[in-house]
Design a protein around this ligand. Structure first.
Ligand code: PGA
Length: 227
C-alpha cells in the first residue's frame, strides 16, 4: 500500500523539519511519499520519499515563479505530482502543459503520480468513465514509474469520501488501460481508511488534510492495517 501526503500550501521549512522527523520516526517499511511545498524541501535522509507538488518542464530558464529540474536535483527529488485538480482548476494547467510535464518527467525517469478526477457535474451526469479516459489519453500508460491517483474533485477537502463501490468501479475501469498502481484520494482520513484499504485494486491513498499533522498521518497509516 502506498501512502502519499500532499501537504499543498501548508508547512514552512521549519515546521516541515519537525514533521519529517516525526513521520520518519513513526514509519518502518511502509511506502510513504510526501509532497511538501518547494520552499520546505529538505536535504535530510528519511525513510519516506520526498516529492514535488509542481515543477515546470525545463532544466532552468526564464520562467518566473517556477522551479525546474535543477532546483529538484538540489534536493535529489525524483518523484513528482502531475495533474492535481487544484492546479488544473486554480492555475489553469491544461492538457498540453500536463503532457509536457509528463513527457519531461518520463524522460528524466522520475516517478510520476498522475492525478485524474471528475467534477460534481460530470459525476452527477454519469459520464465519469469517459471523462477519466479523456484525462488519460495524453500520457504513456505503459510508463514503468507511473502511479495513477483517482481523486474525484467533489471529494477533495469536502469530507464527502466516494463510497467503496464507486471507487472500486472506477479503479476497475482505469485498470483496463494500465497496470500502474492505483491510488484513491479525496477526504481520506483515519476514520474511513480501513474501508478504503479493503478495496480490491486500491494500491494506496493520496491524502491532503489528514496528512498535515505527522501524528495524524501516522495514525491513518496504522489504521489502514496494510503494509
Ligand atoms: P483531501 O485532499 O485529502 O484534503 O481531500 C486530497 C488531495 O487533494 O490530494
Amino acid at each position: 500500500m502506498i501512502y502519499a501526503a500532499n501537504l499543498k500550501c501548508n508547512h514552512t521549512r521549519q515546521s516541515f523539519s519537525y514533521y519529517a522527523k516525526a513521520l520518519d520516526e513513526g514509519i518502518s517499511d511502509e511506502k510513504v511519499l510526501v509532497f511538501p511545498p518547494a520552499s520546505a524541501f529538505s536535504k535530510g535522509e528519511f525513510k519516506f520519499t520526498q516529492g514535488a507538488q509542481n515543477f515546470y518542464p525545463v532544466k532552468n530558464g526564464s520562467y518566473t515563479g517556477e522551479i525546474g529540474k535543477d532546483m529538484l536535483d538540489e534536493f535529489d527529488i525524483k518523484t513528482v505530482l502531475i495533474g492535481h485538480s487544484e492546479r488544473r482548476v486554480l492555475l489553469g494547467e491544461d492538457e498540453s502543459l500536463l503532457k509536457a510535464k509528463f513527457d519531461f518527467a518520463a524522460r528524466e525517469g522520475w516517478d510520476i503520480v498522475y492525478c485524474i478526477g471528475e467534477s460534481d457535474v460530470v459525476h452527477m451526469n454519469g459520464s465519469t468513465k469517459e471523462f477519466l479516459a479523456s484525462q488519460l489519453k495524453n500520457i504513456d500508460l505503459s510508463y514503468k514509474k507511473l502511479i495513477i491517483a483517482y481523486e474525484p474533485i467533489w471529494a477533495i477537502g469536502t469530507g464527502k469520501v466516494a463510497n467503496g463501490e464507486i471507487i472500486h468501479e472506477v479503479l476497475e475501469h482505469i485498470a483496463t488501460f494500465t497496470t500502474a498502481p492505483l491510488l484513491y484520494g479525496g477526504s481520506v482520513n483515519e476514520k474511513n481508511i480501513s474501508e478504503i484499504a479493503k478495496i480490491e485494486l486500491c494500491d494506496g491513498v493520496l491524502v491532503g488534510g489528514a496528512s498535515l499533522v505527522a501524528t495524524e498521518f501516522l495514525k491513518l497509516i496504522e489504521k489502514a492495517g496494510r503494509k
